[in-house]
Write a protein that binds this ligand. Structure first.
Ligand code: GLN
Length: 353
């Protein structure tokens, strides 16, 4: 059956639809360049409500496994691929990607020229798009507040380690929790709306999670978040990094088409090392806005010079715009999580060098 994705500016790309739809599926369209990691992308709460274009032509070649989801449900609104595999030959696979997409009711198009579509997004910038059986113009509204949908309602405790960390929930990924548990922590996940409860928990440190949409959606909570940051050692990942920066008075802006993939080079200004990172973000902290804050840019994206991580000049607080927990992607930045543990456990901060 025919399927069409149309962008806000009227450009459209035809392919095959995974179903017959009574109305168009709409969302912000973004592209992901990794060859692997499709299951993590589809289930990462940071992708909430987005339509993801996979630029690598064959998606799904190692199937879908119960172990690899980043949350309990698919988070994307839809997906665009050249080819979606109906094979699942990997020994850990439970089902093929095509079967998973159908079972989970994720609308998708195949046989779309994803390279051409990606070039259109790069030229026009991130925008809304619609997927339908016939050409349909998307309604040009800006979706907002997805972070309120994905941050869980109740706090929850995981693990029994001696180091107690609170994971501030803006829509945390399973692999961030897994890394903290693997490091030997007991982890309490706490919805950002309940951040004031942290003083009853008395953690050794806090991790601010990833999350969907614009970090300014949580502007009303920034004064409370700053007080908490002033009190506990903190590490921010992606959305968490943006929130730390906003809380200390820096600003964020939307990139023209974001960074999403598994091969983004980042330079650490402290050591001059460049490492390859997994990324998934639309927004960045603007470097000029850091000038009058107690933060400084430590990590820089090698391709476009944007801020990829900050460090507080006098407090034990640092952050990454990328994903040190990887999943999908390379684990070159895993040292940052070790560094955070060292900071919290006061063993003296190490570096990966
Ligand atoms: N992965 C994330 O946490 C994404 C952060 C934010 N939603 C952005 O797009 O920039």
């Amino acid at each position: 059956m025919k399927g069409v994705i149309q962008l806000e500016d009227g450009q459209f790309f035809e392919g095959e639809a995974s179903g017959e739809w009574t109305s168009a599926i709409e969302g912000e369209v973004v592209f992901y360049t990794g060859m692997t990691g499709y299951q993590e992308v589809l289930t990462d709460p940071s992708y909430r409500g987005q339509i993801v274009v996979f630029t690598y032509p064959l998606i799904g070649n190692y199937g879908v496994s119960g172990e690899s989801s980043e949350s309990g449900e698919p988070q994307v609104k839809g997906a665009i691929m050249w080819q979606c595999s109906d094979d699942d030959n990997h020994y850990l696979a439970d089902q093929s990607l095509a079967a998973y997409m159908e079972e989970q009711n994720i609308p998708y198009l195949t046989k779309v020229d994803t390279r051409e579509l990606t070039k259109a997004i790069r030229t026009k910038g991130t925008c809304r798009a619609s997927i339908a059986n016939e050409k349909t113009a998307p309604v040009p509204v800006e979706a907002a507040g997805q972070v309120y949908e994905v941050s869980q309602k109740e706090k929850q405790v995981y693990g029994e380690g001696d180091t107690h960390l609170v994971l501030i929930d803006f829509g945390w990924k399973q692999s961030i929790l897994d890394e903290l548990l693997a490091g030997g922590a007991k982890v309490t996940t706490l919805p950002f709306r309940d951040i004031a409860d942290i003083y009853d928990i008395h953690p050794d440190g806090i991790v601010l999670s990833n999350g969907p949409g614009d970090p300014k959606d949580v502007t009303g909570y920034l004064p409370q978040i700053k007080e908490v940051l002033d009190t506990y050692p903190a590490f921010g990942i992606c959305y968490g990094h943006q929130v730390i920066s906003l809380a200390y008075g820096a600003d964020t802006k939307k990139l023209p088409f974001g960074h999403r993939g598994a091969n983004h080079p980042v330079k650490d200004k402290k050591t001059n090392y460049v490492f390859i990172t997994s990324q998934n973000h639309n927004y960045v902290v603007t470097s000029e806005s850091l000038t009058d804050t107690p933060l400084e840019a430590r990590m820089i994206h090698v391709n476009d010079g944007s801020v990829e991580g900050v460090v507080h000049k006098s407090k034990p607080i640092f952050s990454a715009q990328f994903h040190p927990e990887a999943n999908p992607g390379p684990q070159d930045a895993a040292w940052m999580i070790e560094e955070f543990f060292a900071l919290v456990e006061k063993k003296g901060v190490t570096t990966y060098a």
